[in-house]
Design a protein around this ligand. Structure first.
Ligand SMILES: Cc1cc2nc3c(=O)[nH]c(=O)nc-3n(C[C@H](O)[C@H](O)[C@H](O)COP(=O)(O)OP(=O)(O)OC[C@H]3O[C@@H](n4cnc5c(N)ncnc54)[C@H](O)[C@@H]3O)c2cc1C
Length: 563
Protein backbone atom coordinates (compact mmCIF):
# COMPACT_ATOMS: atom_id res chain seq x y z
CA UNK A 1 0.00 0.00 0.00
CA UNK A 2 1.61 3.32 -1.00
CA UNK A 3 2.45 5.71 1.85
CA UNK A 4 2.55 9.45 1.22
CA UNK A 5 4.83 11.53 3.46
CA UNK A 6 2.72 14.48 4.72
CA UNK A 7 5.37 17.21 4.25
CA UNK A 8 2.88 20.02 3.56
CA UNK A 9 0.91 19.06 6.69
CA UNK A 10 4.06 19.30 8.82
CA UNK A 11 4.84 22.71 7.33
CA UNK A 12 1.34 23.94 8.13
CA UNK A 13 1.43 22.57 11.68
CA UNK A 14 4.91 23.91 12.41
CA UNK A 15 4.04 27.37 11.11
CA UNK A 16 0.46 27.81 12.32
CA UNK A 17 -0.29 25.40 15.16
CA UNK A 18 2.87 24.37 17.05
CA UNK A 19 4.58 27.77 16.95
CA UNK A 20 7.90 26.40 15.70
CA UNK A 21 9.14 29.93 14.96
CA UNK A 22 9.80 30.29 18.73
CA UNK A 23 12.19 27.32 18.55
CA UNK A 24 13.88 28.52 15.38
CA UNK A 25 14.52 31.86 17.14
CA UNK A 26 16.63 30.15 19.85
CA UNK A 27 20.31 30.84 18.99
CA UNK A 28 21.36 27.20 19.37
CA UNK A 29 18.76 26.21 16.77
CA UNK A 30 19.80 28.89 14.29
CA UNK A 31 20.42 26.11 11.75
CA UNK A 32 16.74 25.12 11.81
CA UNK A 33 15.71 27.49 9.03
CA UNK A 34 12.56 26.68 7.03
CA UNK A 35 14.73 25.67 4.05
CA UNK A 36 16.88 23.27 6.11
CA UNK A 37 13.85 21.73 7.78
CA UNK A 38 12.03 21.37 4.46
CA UNK A 39 15.05 19.73 2.82
CA UNK A 40 15.53 17.30 5.70
CA UNK A 41 11.84 16.37 5.91
CA UNK A 42 11.65 15.91 2.13
CA UNK A 43 14.63 13.55 2.05
CA UNK A 44 13.40 11.61 5.11
CA UNK A 45 9.94 11.47 3.52
CA UNK A 46 11.40 10.05 0.32
CA UNK A 47 13.20 7.31 2.28
CA UNK A 48 10.01 6.52 4.17
CA UNK A 49 7.94 6.29 0.99
CA UNK A 50 10.43 4.42 -1.18
CA UNK A 51 12.56 2.34 1.21
CA UNK A 52 10.73 1.81 4.52
CA UNK A 53 7.07 1.47 3.50
CA UNK A 54 7.69 -1.57 1.26
CA UNK A 55 9.34 -3.32 4.27
CA UNK A 56 6.29 -3.03 6.51
CA UNK A 57 4.41 -6.09 5.25
CA UNK A 58 7.67 -8.03 4.80
CA UNK A 59 8.51 -7.72 8.51
CA UNK A 60 4.97 -8.68 9.46
CA UNK A 61 5.04 -11.88 7.42
CA UNK A 62 8.69 -12.82 8.00
CA UNK A 63 9.30 -11.81 11.63
CA UNK A 64 12.67 -11.38 13.29
CA UNK A 65 13.81 -14.78 14.58
CA UNK A 66 16.47 -16.23 16.85
CA UNK A 67 18.97 -18.51 15.11
CA UNK A 68 21.72 -20.10 17.25
CA UNK A 69 21.50 -17.24 19.74
CA UNK A 70 21.67 -14.52 17.05
CA UNK A 71 18.73 -12.39 15.94
CA UNK A 72 18.03 -12.55 12.18
CA UNK A 73 15.97 -9.61 10.98
CA UNK A 74 13.42 -9.61 8.13
CA UNK A 75 14.67 -9.34 4.54
CA UNK A 76 15.45 -5.73 3.63
CA UNK A 77 15.60 -4.42 7.20
CA UNK A 78 19.40 -4.05 7.08
CA UNK A 79 19.15 -1.89 3.95
CA UNK A 80 16.25 0.08 5.42
CA UNK A 81 18.21 0.71 8.61
CA UNK A 82 21.29 1.78 6.65
CA UNK A 83 19.21 4.26 4.61
CA UNK A 84 17.86 5.79 7.83
CA UNK A 85 21.32 5.96 9.42
CA UNK A 86 22.91 7.53 6.33
CA UNK A 87 20.20 10.21 6.30
CA UNK A 88 21.05 10.95 9.95
CA UNK A 89 17.63 9.84 11.16
CA UNK A 90 19.10 8.32 14.35
CA UNK A 91 20.75 11.56 15.40
CA UNK A 92 18.77 14.57 14.18
CA UNK A 93 18.68 16.14 17.65
CA UNK A 94 22.03 14.84 18.92
CA UNK A 95 24.73 17.43 19.53
CA UNK A 96 26.96 18.23 16.52
CA UNK A 97 29.90 17.72 18.93
CA UNK A 98 28.97 14.05 18.92
CA UNK A 99 28.19 13.72 15.23
CA UNK A 100 24.51 14.69 15.39
CA UNK A 101 22.67 17.34 13.40
CA UNK A 102 21.81 19.46 16.47
CA UNK A 103 18.29 20.15 15.20
CA UNK A 104 15.28 20.55 17.52
CA UNK A 105 13.34 17.55 18.88
CA UNK A 106 10.39 18.98 16.97
CA UNK A 107 12.15 18.07 13.70
CA UNK A 108 12.95 14.58 15.00
CA UNK A 109 9.26 14.25 15.86
CA UNK A 110 8.20 14.91 12.26
CA UNK A 111 10.74 12.42 10.93
CA UNK A 112 9.74 9.74 13.45
CA UNK A 113 6.09 10.31 12.51
CA UNK A 114 6.86 9.44 8.87
CA UNK A 115 9.18 6.53 9.65
CA UNK A 116 6.67 5.01 12.07
CA UNK A 117 3.88 5.25 9.51
CA UNK A 118 6.09 3.61 6.91
CA UNK A 119 7.50 0.78 9.07
CA UNK A 120 6.83 1.02 12.80
CA UNK A 121 8.79 -2.12 13.74
CA UNK A 122 12.03 -0.81 12.22
CA UNK A 123 11.52 2.77 13.39
CA UNK A 124 11.38 1.39 16.96
CA UNK A 125 15.09 0.63 16.59
CA UNK A 126 16.09 4.21 15.79
CA UNK A 127 13.80 5.53 18.55
CA UNK A 128 15.78 3.53 21.12
CA UNK A 129 19.06 4.97 19.81
CA UNK A 130 17.74 8.54 19.80
CA UNK A 131 16.71 8.17 23.46
CA UNK A 132 19.97 6.56 24.53
CA UNK A 133 22.00 9.31 22.86
CA UNK A 134 20.07 11.92 24.83
CA UNK A 135 20.54 10.01 28.11
CA UNK A 136 24.30 9.62 27.54
CA UNK A 137 24.70 13.26 26.51
CA UNK A 138 23.15 14.33 29.82
CA UNK A 139 24.47 11.75 32.27
CA UNK A 140 27.52 9.79 31.00
CA UNK A 141 31.20 10.42 31.75
CA UNK A 142 33.33 12.16 29.14
CA UNK A 143 35.08 8.82 28.35
CA UNK A 144 31.81 7.06 27.64
CA UNK A 145 30.56 9.96 25.55
CA UNK A 146 33.74 10.07 23.48
CA UNK A 147 33.69 6.33 22.84
CA UNK A 148 30.00 5.63 22.29
CA UNK A 149 28.25 8.74 21.02
CA UNK A 150 29.94 9.04 17.59
CA UNK A 151 29.20 5.36 16.91
CA UNK A 152 25.58 5.74 17.96
CA UNK A 153 24.96 8.96 16.05
CA UNK A 154 26.42 7.41 12.89
CA UNK A 155 24.07 4.44 13.34
CA UNK A 156 27.03 2.02 13.30
CA UNK A 157 25.89 0.83 16.73
CA UNK A 158 22.31 0.69 18.07
CA UNK A 159 20.71 0.89 21.50
CA UNK A 160 18.25 -0.66 23.92
CA UNK A 161 16.65 0.26 27.23
CA UNK A 162 16.43 -2.49 29.88
CA UNK A 163 13.98 -1.84 32.68
CA UNK A 164 11.45 -4.65 32.73
CA UNK A 165 11.85 -7.91 34.66
CA UNK A 166 9.23 -10.60 35.24
CA UNK A 167 8.30 -9.21 38.70
CA UNK A 168 9.05 -5.58 37.80
CA UNK A 169 6.86 -4.13 35.04
CA UNK A 170 4.98 -0.96 35.96
CA UNK A 171 6.67 -1.24 39.37
CA UNK A 172 10.24 -0.65 38.18
CA UNK A 173 11.36 -0.32 41.82
CA UNK A 174 10.86 -4.09 42.26
CA UNK A 175 13.74 -4.96 39.91
CA UNK A 176 16.43 -7.28 41.24
CA UNK A 177 19.18 -7.32 38.57
CA UNK A 178 22.46 -6.99 40.47
CA UNK A 179 25.57 -4.88 39.81
CA UNK A 180 28.77 -5.79 41.67
CA UNK A 181 31.72 -3.36 41.62
CA UNK A 182 34.65 -5.15 39.92
CA UNK A 183 37.27 -3.01 41.66
CA UNK A 184 38.55 -1.49 38.40
CA UNK A 185 35.83 1.11 38.01
CA UNK A 186 33.57 -1.28 36.09
CA UNK A 187 30.71 -3.46 37.33
CA UNK A 188 29.48 -7.01 36.77
CA UNK A 189 25.79 -7.13 35.84
CA UNK A 190 23.72 -10.25 36.56
CA UNK A 191 20.01 -10.76 36.01
CA UNK A 192 17.23 -11.27 33.49
CA UNK A 193 15.41 -8.56 31.58
CA UNK A 194 12.27 -9.25 29.56
CA UNK A 195 10.52 -7.60 26.61
CA UNK A 196 13.67 -5.80 25.46
CA UNK A 197 12.97 -4.19 22.08
CA UNK A 198 15.74 -4.69 19.55
CA UNK A 199 17.88 -6.55 22.13
CA UNK A 200 19.93 -7.76 19.17
CA UNK A 201 20.09 -7.42 15.37
CA UNK A 202 22.23 -8.51 12.45
CA UNK A 203 22.92 -5.09 10.92
CA UNK A 204 24.82 -2.98 13.49
CA UNK A 205 28.37 -3.64 14.66
CA UNK A 206 27.41 -3.46 18.31
CA UNK A 207 24.33 -3.18 20.52
CA UNK A 208 24.61 -0.87 23.52
CA UNK A 209 22.30 -1.77 26.40
CA UNK A 210 21.32 0.68 29.12
CA UNK A 211 20.46 -1.55 32.07
CA UNK A 212 18.86 -0.66 35.41
CA UNK A 213 20.34 -2.70 38.29
CA UNK A 214 20.98 -2.60 42.03
CA UNK A 215 24.32 -2.20 43.75
CA UNK A 216 25.00 -4.31 46.87
CA UNK A 217 23.27 -2.78 49.92
CA UNK A 218 21.35 -0.32 47.75
CA UNK A 219 18.18 1.11 49.35
CA UNK A 220 14.94 -0.66 48.44
CA UNK A 221 12.65 0.67 45.69
CA UNK A 222 13.49 3.25 43.02
CA UNK A 223 15.96 5.06 45.30
CA UNK A 224 18.33 2.09 45.08
CA UNK A 225 18.51 1.75 41.30
CA UNK A 226 21.59 2.61 39.23
CA UNK A 227 22.05 2.78 35.47
CA UNK A 228 24.74 0.86 33.58
CA UNK A 229 25.96 0.84 30.02
CA UNK A 230 26.52 -2.76 28.94
CA UNK A 231 27.76 -3.32 25.36
CA UNK A 232 27.12 -6.55 23.48
CA UNK A 233 30.78 -6.49 22.43
CA UNK A 234 33.31 -4.75 24.63
CA UNK A 235 35.10 -2.07 22.60
CA UNK A 236 38.85 -2.70 22.14
CA UNK A 237 41.59 -0.07 22.47
CA UNK A 238 40.76 1.27 19.01
CA UNK A 239 37.05 1.53 19.88
CA UNK A 240 36.13 -1.36 17.60
CA UNK A 241 33.66 -4.03 18.83
CA UNK A 242 35.91 -6.52 20.66
CA UNK A 243 35.25 -9.62 22.75
CA UNK A 244 31.69 -10.71 23.40
CA UNK A 245 30.26 -9.57 26.74
CA UNK A 246 28.64 -12.10 29.11
CA UNK A 247 25.11 -11.55 27.91
CA UNK A 248 22.75 -13.29 25.52
CA UNK A 249 19.32 -13.26 23.98
CA UNK A 250 17.51 -16.21 25.55
CA UNK A 251 14.39 -16.06 23.40
CA UNK A 252 12.11 -13.81 21.37
CA UNK A 253 8.46 -13.15 22.24
CA UNK A 254 5.70 -14.16 19.82
CA UNK A 255 3.61 -11.04 19.62
CA UNK A 256 0.26 -9.70 18.40
CA UNK A 257 2.07 -7.28 16.09
CA UNK A 258 5.36 -5.44 15.49
CA UNK A 259 6.70 -8.76 14.22
CA UNK A 260 9.75 -7.20 12.61
CA UNK A 261 10.94 -5.82 15.96
CA UNK A 262 12.66 -8.54 18.03
CA UNK A 263 11.34 -8.40 21.61
CA UNK A 264 14.02 -10.19 23.60
CA UNK A 265 14.45 -11.96 26.89
CA UNK A 266 17.99 -10.91 27.86
CA UNK A 267 20.25 -12.78 30.26
CA UNK A 268 23.18 -10.95 31.86
CA UNK A 269 25.69 -13.28 33.54
CA UNK A 270 28.32 -11.06 35.15
CA UNK A 271 28.38 -8.83 32.07
CA UNK A 272 30.86 -5.95 32.15
CA UNK A 273 29.13 -2.63 32.62
CA UNK A 274 29.94 1.02 33.23
CA UNK A 275 28.00 3.29 35.58
CA UNK A 276 26.05 6.12 33.89
CA UNK A 277 25.29 9.03 36.23
CA UNK A 278 25.55 8.61 39.99
CA UNK A 279 25.09 5.46 42.05
CA UNK A 280 21.45 4.99 43.15
CA UNK A 281 20.36 7.83 40.85
CA UNK A 282 19.70 5.60 37.87
CA UNK A 283 16.01 6.39 37.60
CA UNK A 284 16.76 10.08 37.09
CA UNK A 285 19.17 9.20 34.28
CA UNK A 286 16.82 6.65 32.75
CA UNK A 287 13.99 9.19 32.86
CA UNK A 288 15.83 11.22 30.23
CA UNK A 289 15.53 8.24 27.91
CA UNK A 290 11.99 7.42 29.06
CA UNK A 291 10.66 10.94 28.53
CA UNK A 292 12.20 10.93 25.08
CA UNK A 293 10.55 7.56 24.45
CA UNK A 294 7.18 8.78 25.77
CA UNK A 295 7.04 11.43 23.07
CA UNK A 296 8.37 8.83 20.63
CA UNK A 297 5.60 6.40 21.53
CA UNK A 298 2.95 9.15 21.34
CA UNK A 299 4.22 9.56 17.80
CA UNK A 300 3.82 5.81 17.17
CA UNK A 301 0.12 6.47 17.68
CA UNK A 302 0.18 9.46 15.33
CA UNK A 303 2.07 7.47 12.69
CA UNK A 304 -0.60 4.80 12.66
CA UNK A 305 -3.38 7.41 12.71
CA UNK A 306 -1.93 8.78 9.50
CA UNK A 307 -1.16 5.48 7.80
CA UNK A 308 -4.63 4.09 8.64
CA UNK A 309 -6.35 7.27 7.47
CA UNK A 310 -4.46 7.38 4.17
CA UNK A 311 -5.42 3.76 3.49
CA UNK A 312 -9.07 4.23 4.48
CA UNK A 313 -9.56 7.33 2.35
CA UNK A 314 -7.99 5.64 -0.68
CA UNK A 315 -10.20 2.57 -0.24
CA UNK A 316 -13.39 4.60 0.32
CA UNK A 317 -12.79 6.60 -2.87
CA UNK A 318 -12.44 3.40 -4.86
CA UNK A 319 -14.92 0.91 -3.40
CA UNK A 320 -18.39 0.94 -4.99
CA UNK A 321 -21.24 -0.32 -2.86
CA UNK A 322 -24.83 0.79 -2.36
CA UNK A 323 -26.69 3.77 -3.71
CA UNK A 324 -25.80 7.14 -2.20
CA UNK A 325 -28.56 9.42 -0.91
CA UNK A 326 -26.74 12.56 -2.04
CA UNK A 327 -26.77 14.34 -5.39
CA UNK A 328 -23.66 14.33 -7.57
CA UNK A 329 -21.68 11.78 -5.58
CA UNK A 330 -18.69 9.80 -6.77
CA UNK A 331 -20.52 6.48 -6.76
CA UNK A 332 -18.13 5.03 -4.21
CA UNK A 333 -18.71 4.38 -0.50
CA UNK A 334 -17.28 7.80 0.31
CA UNK A 335 -20.76 9.13 -0.57
CA UNK A 336 -22.38 7.40 2.42
CA UNK A 337 -22.94 9.53 5.51
CA UNK A 338 -21.63 6.91 7.91
CA UNK A 339 -18.46 6.38 5.88
CA UNK A 340 -17.97 10.15 5.86
CA UNK A 341 -18.39 10.16 9.65
CA UNK A 342 -15.66 7.56 9.99
CA UNK A 343 -13.26 9.34 7.66
CA UNK A 344 -13.86 12.74 9.27
CA UNK A 345 -13.25 11.22 12.70
CA UNK A 346 -9.99 9.67 11.51
CA UNK A 347 -8.78 12.93 10.00
CA UNK A 348 -9.85 15.05 12.99
CA UNK A 349 -8.17 12.73 15.52
CA UNK A 350 -5.01 12.42 13.42
CA UNK A 351 -4.71 16.18 13.24
CA UNK A 352 -5.25 16.65 16.99
CA UNK A 353 -2.86 13.87 18.02
CA UNK A 354 -0.13 15.12 15.69
CA UNK A 355 -0.61 18.73 16.82
CA UNK A 356 -0.33 17.61 20.45
CA UNK A 357 2.90 15.70 19.81
CA UNK A 358 4.40 18.72 18.03
CA UNK A 359 3.16 21.10 20.73
CA UNK A 360 4.90 18.91 23.31
CA UNK A 361 8.07 18.76 21.20
CA UNK A 362 8.16 22.57 20.91
CA UNK A 363 7.76 22.94 24.67
CA UNK A 364 10.57 20.41 25.21
CA UNK A 365 12.85 22.31 22.85
CA UNK A 366 12.08 25.64 24.54
CA UNK A 367 12.47 24.00 27.97
CA UNK A 368 15.87 22.60 27.00
CA UNK A 369 16.83 26.09 25.88
CA UNK A 370 16.21 27.33 29.44
CA UNK A 371 12.52 28.34 29.55
CA UNK A 372 11.32 26.87 32.88
CA UNK A 373 7.66 27.62 32.15
CA UNK A 374 7.83 25.62 28.93
CA UNK A 375 9.62 22.77 30.72
CA UNK A 376 6.76 22.62 33.25
CA UNK A 377 4.25 22.72 30.39
CA UNK A 378 6.06 19.85 28.67
CA UNK A 379 5.93 17.81 31.89
CA UNK A 380 2.12 18.17 31.94
CA UNK A 381 1.72 17.48 28.23
CA UNK A 382 3.92 14.34 28.20
CA UNK A 383 1.48 11.85 29.77
CA UNK A 384 -1.48 13.39 27.89
CA UNK A 385 0.25 13.19 24.51
CA UNK A 386 1.50 9.63 25.16
CA UNK A 387 -1.90 8.29 26.20
CA UNK A 388 -4.06 10.27 23.77
CA UNK A 389 -1.73 9.72 20.79
CA UNK A 390 -1.61 5.98 21.32
CA UNK A 391 -5.34 5.63 22.02
CA UNK A 392 -6.06 7.52 18.80
CA UNK A 393 -3.65 5.25 16.91
CA UNK A 394 -5.65 2.26 18.17
CA UNK A 395 -8.98 3.97 17.46
CA UNK A 396 -8.18 5.09 13.93
CA UNK A 397 -6.66 1.72 13.04
CA UNK A 398 -9.91 0.10 14.15
CA UNK A 399 -12.08 2.57 12.26
CA UNK A 400 -9.84 2.01 9.23
CA UNK A 401 -10.64 -1.72 9.33
CA UNK A 402 -14.34 -0.83 9.48
CA UNK A 403 -14.09 1.44 6.44
CA UNK A 404 -12.62 -1.49 4.50
CA UNK A 405 -15.50 -3.79 5.48
CA UNK A 406 -14.57 -7.45 5.10
CA UNK A 407 -11.35 -6.53 3.33
CA UNK A 408 -10.23 -4.81 6.52
CA UNK A 409 -10.14 -8.19 8.21
CA UNK A 410 -8.12 -9.73 5.40
CA UNK A 411 -4.38 -9.37 5.93
CA UNK A 412 -3.49 -8.52 2.32
CA UNK A 413 -4.85 -4.96 2.62
CA UNK A 414 -2.33 -4.29 5.41
CA UNK A 415 -4.83 -2.37 7.55
CA UNK A 416 -5.20 -5.16 10.13
CA UNK A 417 -1.43 -4.92 10.63
CA UNK A 418 -1.81 -1.27 11.66
CA UNK A 419 -4.22 -2.31 14.43
CA UNK A 420 -1.99 -5.17 15.59
CA UNK A 421 1.21 -3.11 15.49
CA UNK A 422 -0.09 -0.07 17.35
CA UNK A 423 -1.88 -1.92 20.15
CA UNK A 424 1.27 -2.20 22.26
CA UNK A 425 1.83 1.56 22.20
CA UNK A 426 -0.81 1.93 24.94
CA UNK A 427 1.16 -0.60 27.02
CA UNK A 428 4.86 0.10 26.71
CA UNK A 429 6.72 3.18 27.93
CA UNK A 430 4.39 3.24 30.95
CA UNK A 431 0.87 1.94 30.33
CA UNK A 432 -1.71 4.60 29.62
CA UNK A 433 -3.12 3.97 33.10
CA UNK A 434 0.28 4.78 34.58
CA UNK A 435 0.45 7.94 32.41
CA UNK A 436 -2.92 9.10 33.77
CA UNK A 437 -1.76 8.46 37.35
CA UNK A 438 1.36 10.50 36.61
CA UNK A 439 -0.85 13.38 35.39
CA UNK A 440 -3.02 13.50 38.52
CA UNK A 441 -0.19 12.54 40.89
CA UNK A 442 3.29 13.88 40.19
CA UNK A 443 2.09 16.52 37.72
CA UNK A 444 -0.34 17.88 40.33
CA UNK A 445 2.28 17.79 43.11
CA UNK A 446 2.71 21.57 42.66
CA UNK A 447 -0.90 21.99 43.78
CA UNK A 448 -2.05 22.22 40.18
CA UNK A 449 -0.06 25.35 39.29
CA UNK A 450 1.34 24.11 35.95
CA UNK A 451 -1.95 22.47 34.95
CA UNK A 452 -3.94 25.60 35.78
CA UNK A 453 -1.50 27.73 33.78
CA UNK A 454 -2.14 25.50 30.77
CA UNK A 455 -5.93 25.54 31.23
CA UNK A 456 -5.94 29.36 31.58
CA UNK A 457 -3.99 29.70 28.35
CA UNK A 458 -6.33 27.31 26.51
CA UNK A 459 -9.40 29.15 27.72
CA UNK A 460 -8.02 32.55 26.78
CA UNK A 461 -7.07 31.36 23.32
CA UNK A 462 -10.43 29.73 22.68
CA UNK A 463 -12.19 32.86 23.88
CA UNK A 464 -10.53 34.91 21.15
CA UNK A 465 -11.82 32.66 18.35
CA UNK A 466 -15.26 33.06 16.70
CA UNK A 467 -15.86 29.28 16.95
CA UNK A 468 -14.42 29.05 20.46
CA UNK A 469 -17.47 29.36 22.80
CA UNK A 470 -17.98 25.58 23.35
CA UNK A 471 -14.23 25.20 23.89
CA UNK A 472 -14.23 27.94 26.54
CA UNK A 473 -17.09 26.18 28.28
CA UNK A 474 -15.24 22.85 28.24
CA UNK A 475 -12.04 24.49 29.50
CA UNK A 476 -14.05 25.81 32.45
CA UNK A 477 -15.34 22.27 33.05
CA UNK A 478 -11.74 21.07 32.95
CA UNK A 479 -10.74 23.64 35.56
CA UNK A 480 -13.62 22.58 37.82
CA UNK A 481 -12.81 18.90 37.60
CA UNK A 482 -9.12 19.64 38.20
CA UNK A 483 -10.14 21.34 41.45
CA UNK A 484 -12.33 18.37 42.37
CA UNK A 485 -9.45 15.93 41.78
CA UNK A 486 -7.01 18.08 43.77
CA UNK A 487 -9.39 17.83 46.73
CA UNK A 488 -9.49 14.01 46.57
CA UNK A 489 -7.22 11.52 48.32
CA UNK A 490 -4.76 9.85 45.96
CA UNK A 491 -6.52 6.57 45.25
CA UNK A 492 -9.73 8.46 44.44
CA UNK A 493 -7.77 10.66 42.04
CA UNK A 494 -6.30 7.58 40.42
CA UNK A 495 -9.81 6.15 39.96
CA UNK A 496 -10.76 9.18 37.87
CA UNK A 497 -7.42 9.69 36.18
CA UNK A 498 -7.92 8.06 32.77
CA UNK A 499 -11.20 9.86 31.92
CA UNK A 500 -9.66 13.09 33.25
CA UNK A 501 -6.66 12.70 30.92
CA UNK A 502 -8.81 11.89 27.90
CA UNK A 503 -11.14 14.84 28.61
CA UNK A 504 -8.11 17.12 28.99
CA UNK A 505 -6.88 15.87 25.60
CA UNK A 506 -10.24 16.72 24.03
CA UNK A 507 -9.91 20.37 25.14
CA UNK A 508 -6.34 20.57 23.87
CA UNK A 509 -7.38 19.01 20.56
CA UNK A 510 -10.16 21.56 20.14
CA UNK A 511 -7.73 24.45 20.62
CA UNK A 512 -5.34 23.01 18.01
CA UNK A 513 -8.25 22.74 15.59
CA UNK A 514 -9.20 26.36 16.30
CA UNK A 515 -5.64 27.46 15.48
CA UNK A 516 -5.80 25.56 12.20
CA UNK A 517 -9.21 27.01 11.36
CA UNK A 518 -7.89 30.53 11.97
CA UNK A 519 -4.88 30.06 9.70
CA UNK A 520 -6.11 27.61 7.10
CA UNK A 521 -8.65 27.18 4.33
CA UNK A 522 -12.32 26.19 4.47
CA UNK A 523 -11.43 22.50 4.87
CA UNK A 524 -9.47 23.25 8.06
CA UNK A 525 -12.48 25.18 9.38
CA UNK A 526 -14.82 22.29 8.51
CA UNK A 527 -12.62 19.77 10.29
CA UNK A 528 -12.44 22.03 13.36
CA UNK A 529 -16.23 22.36 13.34
CA UNK A 530 -16.58 18.57 13.14
CA UNK A 531 -14.21 18.09 16.09
CA UNK A 532 -15.91 20.72 18.22
CA UNK A 533 -19.46 19.59 17.43
CA UNK A 534 -18.95 15.82 17.63
CA UNK A 535 -15.82 14.92 19.58
CA UNK A 536 -15.32 17.71 22.12
CA UNK A 537 -18.70 16.98 23.81
CA UNK A 538 -17.27 13.61 24.91
CA UNK A 539 -15.24 15.59 27.46
CA UNK A 540 -18.39 16.32 29.45
CA UNK A 541 -19.05 12.62 30.03
CA UNK A 542 -15.39 11.99 30.73
CA UNK A 543 -15.30 14.76 33.36
CA UNK A 544 -18.44 13.32 34.99
CA UNK A 545 -16.62 9.99 35.25
CA UNK A 546 -13.47 11.64 36.61
CA UNK A 547 -15.51 13.30 39.38
CA UNK A 548 -16.57 9.87 40.57
CA UNK A 549 -13.00 9.20 41.65
CA UNK A 550 -12.75 5.66 42.99
CA UNK A 551 -16.37 5.61 44.15
CA UNK A 552 -18.06 2.32 43.32
CA UNK A 553 -14.89 0.78 41.89
CA UNK A 554 -14.45 -1.52 44.88
CA UNK A 555 -18.14 -2.38 45.29
CA UNK A 556 -17.60 -5.80 43.74
CA UNK A 557 -15.26 -7.97 45.79
CA UNK A 558 -12.51 -9.95 44.02
CA UNK A 559 -14.84 -12.97 44.43
CA UNK A 560 -17.72 -11.02 42.83
CA UNK A 561 -15.45 -10.12 39.90
CA UNK A 562 -14.49 -13.73 39.42
CA UNK A 563 -18.08 -15.02 39.75
C1 LIG B 1 6.38 -5.38 22.51
C2 LIG B 1 6.92 -4.86 23.81
C3 LIG B 1 8.11 -4.16 23.82
C4 LIG B 1 8.65 -3.71 25.01
N1 LIG B 1 9.87 -3.07 25.01
C5 LIG B 1 10.48 -2.83 26.20
C6 LIG B 1 11.82 -2.36 26.25
O1 LIG B 1 12.46 -2.15 25.21
N2 LIG B 1 12.43 -2.19 27.45
C7 LIG B 1 11.76 -2.43 28.63
O2 LIG B 1 12.35 -2.26 29.69
N3 LIG B 1 10.46 -2.86 28.63
C8 LIG B 1 9.83 -3.06 27.44
N4 LIG B 1 8.53 -3.52 27.42
C9 LIG B 1 7.83 -3.74 28.69
C10 LIG B 1 6.72 -2.73 28.96
O3 LIG B 1 7.26 -1.47 29.24
C11 LIG B 1 5.84 -3.31 30.07
O4 LIG B 1 5.10 -4.38 29.53
C12 LIG B 1 4.92 -2.26 30.68
O5 LIG B 1 5.65 -1.31 31.40
C13 LIG B 1 3.87 -2.88 31.61
O6 LIG B 1 4.46 -3.76 32.53
P1 LIG B 1 3.86 -5.23 32.71
O7 LIG B 1 3.79 -5.85 31.37
O8 LIG B 1 4.60 -5.94 33.77
O9 LIG B 1 2.36 -5.01 33.18
P2 LIG B 1 1.89 -4.79 34.72
O10 LIG B 1 2.77 -3.79 35.39
O11 LIG B 1 1.73 -6.11 35.37
O12 LIG B 1 0.47 -4.13 34.47
C14 LIG B 1 -0.72 -4.88 34.20
C15 LIG B 1 -1.91 -3.91 34.31
O13 LIG B 1 -1.99 -3.39 35.65
C16 LIG B 1 -1.93 -1.98 35.63
N5 LIG B 1 -1.13 -1.53 36.79
C17 LIG B 1 0.06 -2.00 37.19
N6 LIG B 1 0.46 -1.33 38.29
C18 LIG B 1 -0.49 -0.42 38.57
C19 LIG B 1 -0.66 0.59 39.57
N7 LIG B 1 0.27 0.82 40.51
N8 LIG B 1 -1.79 1.32 39.56
C20 LIG B 1 -2.72 1.12 38.60
N9 LIG B 1 -2.62 0.20 37.62
C21 LIG B 1 -1.52 -0.55 37.61
C22 LIG B 1 -1.27 -1.61 34.31
O14 LIG B 1 -1.64 -0.31 33.87
C23 LIG B 1 -1.78 -2.70 33.38
O15 LIG B 1 -3.05 -2.36 32.89
C24 LIG B 1 7.95 -3.93 26.23
C25 LIG B 1 6.72 -4.62 26.21
C26 LIG B 1 6.22 -5.08 25.03
C27 LIG B 1 4.91 -5.85 25.05
Amino acid sequence: MPYRAPIAEFEFLLAHVAGFDRVAAVPRFAEATPDTVRALLSEAGRICEEVLAPLNAVGDRQPSRLENGVVRTPPGYAEGYRAMAEAGMTAISASPDNGGLGLPITVTTCVNDMAGAACLALQMNTLMTQGQIEALEHHASEEIKALYLPRLTSGDWSSTMNLTEPQAGSDVGALTTRAEPAGDGTYRITGQKIYISWGDNDFTGNVVHLVLARLPDAPKGTKGISLFLVPKRIPDAAGEPGVANSLKVVSLEHKLGLHGSPTCVMQYDGAKGWLVGEENRGMAAMFTMMNNARLGVAVHGVSICDAATQAAVAYALDRKQGRPLIEGGTGSIVDHADVRRMLMEMKAETFAARAMALDLAVSLDLGHAGDAGQAARAAVLTPIAKAYGTEMGIKTANIGIQVHGGMGYIEETGVAQFARDVRVAAIYEGTNGIQAMDLVGRKMADGGVAIHALIDALEAEAGAHPMGAPVVQMAQGLRDVTGALLAMEMNARFGGSVPYLMGFARVLGAVYHLRAAAAGDAARGALARFYIDRLLPEAQGLFAQARQGASGLYDLSPEDLAA
